[in-house]
Design a protein around this ligand. Structure first.
Ligand SMILES: C[S@@+](CC[C@H](N)C(=O)[O-])C[C@H]1O[C@@H](n2cnc3c(N)ncnc32)[C@H](O)[C@@H]1O
Length: 307
């Protein structure tokens, strides 16, 4: 079924983490269908501002149709361009909080034509931004067996990655691999399904992450956030799998741990470097939320503030 609705995950927790000032300027890096954006707007006063990014044009089009709030600025762009866009707007160091709700939205998953779902047949696309880059089908055609196996292993933690890659290349000797169900069927010949988990879950996740360069995007925007945020500005980041969460965790820890200079150096023995972030911890969705929204099961919210 195709829907245009996305149920926001950890809505209250992620918005409370921004510690919203009514006249503050906030960024919602992943607009989706605007659930979190609306939550932020509801807490802002007349002078407050929200800048929302999404690299999917259908999210932005939907926003233009449904949001008429003049405190909201919509930007169709990958969030890795945040530093340059915010610089152009003269807002460097003035952003009071950035919210990121990573991954894909329900409308993206539910629309078979986008190619994210192994449950319904559609073109094997998987691009969040369909105006650039190559589709999953094009990549699977041009990549060699080893490259495919590496992506499925690295970004999907899939033990059967090599076997899957061999099967894909074998299939392509006689057919063009261009639909989601064809790929899901190939994977299902190799991987056993588990309760509540389709055999192709990891493979689809891995290819999607690769096609959209999701980890590189995340690493880039995290680095940029240190300059973008104001003093005491907040980061509120929801991730949905361990690879993504590890990147967020390491970034926060690296920038919030005091680096004590080596002991034994007589004069500077107790000198510590100033840290740039304060780690405000991690949170999981409540049992009640998980029981009403399966997507919340894997959500991890991490929060930090700039010193
Ligand atoms: C999980 S949904 C966000 C849902 C949203 N918080 C809501 O409440 O409706 C993620 C959205 O972020 C977008 N997105 C993912 N990675 C992105 C990136 N690197 N740059 C910009 N948008 C991105 C996706 O296109 C998708 O619309």
């Amino acid at each position: 079924m195709m829907s245009n609705h996305h149920q926001s995950v950890m809505f209250n927790e992620s918005i409370d983490a921004l510690n919203i000032k009514t006249d503050g300027i906030y960024i919602d890096a992943t607009f989706g269908r605007g659930g979190h954006a609306q939550g932020i707007l509801n807490k802002l006063g007349e002078q407050g501002k929200l800048i929302s990014f999404d690299q999917d044009i259908s999210a932005i089009e939907c926003a233009h149709k449904n949001f008429t709030d003049n405190r909201l600025t919509l930007i169709h762009s990958a969030f890795s361009n945040m530093l340059s866009i915010i610089t152009q707007q003269g807002l460097i160091g003035k952003i009071d909080g950035i919210l990121m709700d990573l991954g894909v939205s329900s409308p993206q998953l539910d629309n078979a034509q986008r190619g994210f779902s192994f449950k319904a047949d559609g073109p094997l696309d998987m691009r969040m931004n369909q105006t650039r880059g190559i589709s999953a089908a094009q990549w699977l055609k041009s990549a060699n067996e080893k490259e495919i196996a590496n992506v499925i292993y690295q970004f999907g933690d899939e033990k059967k990655s090599r076997h899957i890659a061999t099967k894909i290349k074998k299939y392509q000797q006689n057919h063009t691999l261009e639909t989601t169900l064809a790929l899901a069927n190939i994977v299902s010949e190799v991987v056993k399904g588990q309760k509540n988990k389709h055999p192709a879950t990891r493979t689809f996740q891995a290819i999607r992450i690769f096609i959209n360069q999701e980890l590189k995007q995340l690493e880039d925007v995290l680095k940029q956030s240190k300059d973008i945020l104001s003093k005491h500005g907040r980061l509120s980041i929801i991730s949905f799998h361990s690879i993504e969460d590890r990147i967020v965790k390491r970034f926060i820890q690296t920038n919030s741990r005091q680096k004590t200079l080596p002991k034994g150096l007589p004069i500077i023995e107790h000198k510590t470097e100033k840290t740039c972030l304060k780690d405000l911890g991690k949170h999981f969705a409540s049992k009640a939320e998980i029981s009403s929204n399966a997507r919340a099961r894997s959500a991890i919210l991490r929060v930090a503030s700039k010193n």
